[in-house]
Design a protein around this ligand. Structure first.
Ligand code: HEC
Length: 177
């Protein structure tokens, strides 16, 4: 029953499978390297480090864990809930047109040109990085104002939660027509 040919085939199939497993394991280890030994510290968002080889050796790239997509979160944002987030801003901003405080009036800010309120003395750092306050730009700015626009005179540390930001932007957007 077990002639030499059958034995050879069985052995061949076995070795082939083993080789695929070994190669797969090697490839996986080379591509994915669980962070820790790369000196990046352990920032809260770092998921893993992908090593990408280029012409002169291995370059490393830190890949951030994919968070929820802002466009999706914004699509189901709650302007009513955003009104309570406004507490974080009202010490410096008014919602009435033309009323500037420490910060410029935010009436109609969603869709407004960056740095365009008359009579407000902007730092210039905002218009250096954005043209129009789209919801996406506001989202990025409000998450980390000084990271987004280095040198900005807005001394606010940022709103970490993406849903809070989406709700707040929806609230601001609901105030003008
Ligand atoms: C401590 C005061 C302060 C707080 C708190 C603050 N801001 Fe500001 N904001 C400023 C100042 C000052 C500027 C002008 C920045 C510049 O010119 O670099 C500004 C600018 C802005 C701009 C740009 C407006 C334009 O006309 O281009 C937006 C949008 C904005 N703030 C939104 C907010 C929101 C939303 C909050 C609350 C989450 C907030 N800010 C909290 C002081 C503040």
């Amino acid at each position: 029953m077990f002639d030499t040919m059958t034995m050879t085939k069985v052995l061949g199939a076995f070795c082939g499978t083993l080789l695929v497993f070994m190669l797969g394991g090697w490839a996986a280890e080379t591509i994915y390297h669980v962070g820790g030994d790369h000196g990046y510290g352990d920032g809260p968002k770092q998921a893993y480090v992908i090593e990408v080889a280029d012409e002169d050796g291995a370059a490393e790239e830190v890949v951030e864990e994919e968070g929820p997509d802002f466009t999706e979160v914004f699509a189901s944002a709650d302007a009513g809930a955003g009104e309570s987030q406004w507490r974080a801003c009202r010490a410096c901003h008014a919602l009435e047109p033309g009323q500037n405080m420490t910060g410029p009036s935010l009436y109609g800010v969603v869709g407004r040109d960056v740095g365009s309120v008359d009579g407000f003395n902007y730092s210039g750092s905002l218009s250096a990085v954005a043209d129009v306050w789209t919801p996406e730009n506001l989202n990025a700015f409000l998450e980390n104002p000084r990271g987004y626009a280095p040198g900005t005179s807005m001394s606010y540390n940022g709103m970490r939660n993406i849903e809070d930001r989406a709700d707040l932007i929806a609230y601001l957007d609901s105030l003008d027509n």
